[in-house]
Design a protein around this ligand. Structure first.
Ligand SMILES: Nc1ncnc2c1ncn2[C@@H]1O[C@H](COP(=O)(O)OP(=O)(O)OP(=O)(O)O)[C@@H](O)[C@H]1O
Length: 256
């Protein structure tokens, strides 16, 4: 039987064109992500990690090649995708509750059922008491949790995460990593995470794609061993296989 992958990136290249010049951002890259898999994209600055996410989200067109989600070719922003960035992008004049409902309003999905689900997520992520507060009254970690709830309220099948926790302190980062993994596993969601933090990639994902070069391409795909995948992010960092793998990825990224 043929497997339908959640994400298929098939010989995709990207050249950004402007009036004055052109930037070759991606050599043709190909990779696939299985349904329910959590894959991290790591690599040196400028190798095209965010470009890959924008292409998958249908925000920019590929120069060549094809992207398919559940077998369907991406030609514009598809439904069923959640996109979370480093900036929480919360609107300061709306309460937490109203910020969370914003995505549902935009997509015409706001109804009694989806509102109840958003309220459930607020409780699940420990934010119920903040629902009538404004973003300025929250800590950085809480704001990012609100952004996560807003994304999850759309009940996406695929979550695209571009450095979502990079502005957080270590403790908040670990806490959110754990929340995220629990939510993903519970809902069997597929996730693609761009991160500069190799520890985060190793502690959270099932597989790591190492990118490099400019224009960038994929140098290696590395399965995260089961002992790390089963552990909580904090504990994974202390396991015997963690450091050697960290060093191996680091060396690969450092290669010219
Ligand atoms: N809108 C754009 N117009 C022109 N060039 C762009 C645009 N966006 C990205 N680039 C260029 O494409 C290349 C890849 O950028 P991209 O942001 O995808 O890399 P990245 O690996 O995510 O980088 P970082 O880790 O620093 O965030 C870079 O050379 C960048 O300058």
């Amino acid at each position: 039987m043929q497997t339908t992958f959640a994400i298929e990136v098939d010989r995709v290249s990207k050249t950004y064109l402007s009036k004055r010049d052109q930037v070759e951002a991606l050599n043709p890259v190909s990779f696939r992500v299985q349904s329910g898999e959590f894959v991290s994209l790591v690599g040196s600055s400028g190798c095209g990690k965010s470009t890959v996410l924008s292409l998958i989200a249908g925000l920019i067109p590929a120069t060549s090649g094809e992207i398919r989600l559940w077998g369907e070719r991406v030609t514009r922003p598809p439904r069923g995708i959640g996109y979370m960035l480093q900036q929480d992008c919360l609107l300061d004049w709306r309460t937490v509750k109203k910020n969370i409902l914003l995505g549902l309003e935009f997509q015409g999905l706001k109804n009694r059922k989806t509102i109840a689900h958003a309220r459930f997520l607020l409780r699940e992520l420990g934010l119920a008491h903040t629902s009538e507060q404004y973003p300025s009254q929250l800590s950085g970690g809480m704001r990012q949790r609100v952004a996560l709830v807003r994304t999850l309220a759309l009940q996406p099948d695929i979550l695209l995460l571009d450095e979502p926790f990079s502005a957080l302190d270590y403790q908040n980062k670990l806490h959110l990593e754990e929340l995220l993994i629990n939510v993903l596993k519970k809902r069997r969601m597929t996730a693609l995470l761009v991160t500069h933090d190799l520890e985060e990639a190793l502690a959270c994902s099932d597989r790591i794609l190492i990118m490099g070069g400019q224009p960038g391409d994929i140098r290696r795909s590395l399965e995260v061993p089961e002992e790390l995948r089963k552990a909580k992010p904090l504990h994974a960092r202390g396991l015997p296989s963690f450091r050697p793998l960290f060093n191996e990825i680091w060396k690969e990224i450092e290669k010219p």
